[in-house]
Structures are given as structure tokens and as C-alpha cells.
Design a protein around this ligand. Structure first.
Ligand SMILES: [Zn+2]
Ligand SMILES: [Zn+2]
Length: 227
């Protein structure tokens, strides 16, 4: 029997595998049972398209885009919607009205504003808008191993995001994304997949402390989890 897998492709990151381009920002795709979700779109379209082509990633397959928060390094490549067919774009409701208006005016875009946590696909959820100062949503994919959490910058605090996800979705298997200034490293204990990307300031400490369960993030790499 074929084992279904959740597959993540890092399309934009501060670091890059040989042959790929790096840039300050983050974007990754999540594929589960034929459904493709794009999480954040990096800082610029050119780098995003370059890396996607090298990974043979086709934006025409994307049915949903989730934007974590309205910082340029996560939404700068938003014109990528022109490469997609009909697409639903989920943004925290705190996004500026100008951004939402521009996005909603695209013929192929259906804009969905997110407040509370909700399901956006089969076993795919948004954490809902978290945080107070800079609000942000994370993506949550439920697998039989536990929840996989994808973060943008983790401005609300990674430990707070993990707490919120665990209280709603139960066991967390792994976390991938930008952890920003996260320093309560013990909060990662027990996770089986730790991938600090993008703006994570304690990247080296995390990779050293969780040697067996963490791995380096770079544009061009693929991460898979049995689902
Ligand atoms: Zn940010
Ligand atoms: Zn960022």
C-alpha cells in the first residue's frame, strides 16, 4: 500500500541549496493528498519563480494561498497569483484594507479573511489570527504522526503558537518556518521534526540542541512527513 505523504517544498528562504537563489523572506508549498497550498510568497516574485521552476513546482496546481502576516518578506511576491488558476487566498483579517482590496480585485482570486482557527482543506487548517502587536496566522496540517505547523515569522512567539495549536489539534509532530527571536528552546522538546528557517535567530543553537530531530532549511529543499 502506498504511504501518503505530506510534502513541503521550500521555495523562498534566507538560505539556498546550491543552484537556488536565497533572499530575506519565506515561502513554502504544502502538498497533501493532491491538494496544494502555498504558504507565504517571499519578498520578490523573480526569486520565487526561479526557485519554483528549479523544483519543477507548478503554480497552476495551487488551489489555496495562506499569507501569514503583512510584512514585505512574506507577501512581496503576491503577483504570483497571476500564475495560478482560480485560487482562494486566506489572510488574517487585520491585513490593511488596501492590500485586501487590491487582492480581491483580481478576477481569479477569492479573498477569505481569517479570524478564528478554521479548516481550509481536508486536514489542513489555519491556526487563526494569533498575537497582539503583529498578528499572524500559521498553517496546520494534521497527519497520523501529529500536527505539522508552518510558521511565517512567528511574531506572536513560537511557544505561544505551539501552545495554541496543541490545545486545539493535540499532539504536534513538527514545526517548519521562521521562528524569529524565539529563545525558549525547551518548548521544542518532544517534537520529531524541527526546521528553523528564514529569520530564526537561534538557528545554530536549535540545530545543535536538537541534533537528531532538526534539519537545516534552505530554498530548494523538500521535507516529507508520512500522513
Ligand atoms: Zn515579519
Ligand atoms: Zn519574516
Amino acid at each position: 500500500m502506498e504511504v501518503m505523504r505530506v510534502k513541503l517544498k521550500i521555495l523562498y528562504d534566507n538560505e539556498a541549496v546550491d543552484g537556488f537563489r536565497s533572499g530575506w523572506g519565506f515561502s513554502c508549498s504544502v502538498e497533501k493528498d493532491g491538494e496544494v497550498v502555498l504558504f507565504d510568497v517571499g519578498a520578490d516574485l523573480e526569486t520565487l519563480l526561479f526557485n519554483a521552476e528549479k523544483l519543477s513546482f507548478d503554480f497552476g496546481t495551487v488551489g489555496k494561498i495562506v499569507l501569514s502576516h503583512e510584512h514585505g518578506d512574506h507577501v512581496g511576491g503576491i503577483r504570483v497569483v497571476d500564475e495560478c488558476g482560480k485560487v482562494e487566498v486566506f489572510v488574517p483579517k487585520s491585513f490593511s484594507s488596501g492590500f485586501k482590496r487590491r487582492l480581491a480585485s483580481r478576477a481569479n482570486v477569492r479573498l477569505i479573511e481569517v479570524g478564528e482557527a478554521r479548516e481550509i482543506g481536508v486536514d489542513i487548517f489555519t491556526s487563526g489570527e494569533l498575537g497582539t502587536f503583529i498578528k499572524e496566522q500559521s498553517l496546520v496540517v494534521k497527519t497520523r504522526m501529529g500536527a505539522v505547523v508552518v510558521t511565517g515569522c512567528a511574531h506572536p512567539g513560537l511557544e505561544k503558537i505551539l501552545e495554541a495549536v496543541a490545545s486545539r489539534f493535540g499532539r504536534i509532530y513538527g514545526v517548519v518556518g521562521g521562528f524569529h527571536g524565539f529563545s525558549k528552546l525547551e518548548a521544542l522538546k518532544g517534537l520529531e521534526l524541527i526546521v528553523p528557517c528564514h529569520c530564526t535567530t537561534r538557528k545554530r543553537d536549535i540545530l545543535r540542541l536538537y541534533e537528531k530531530t532538526s534539519r537545516r532549511c534552505a530554498a530548494g529543499c523538500t521535507i516529507s512527513v508520512p500522513s
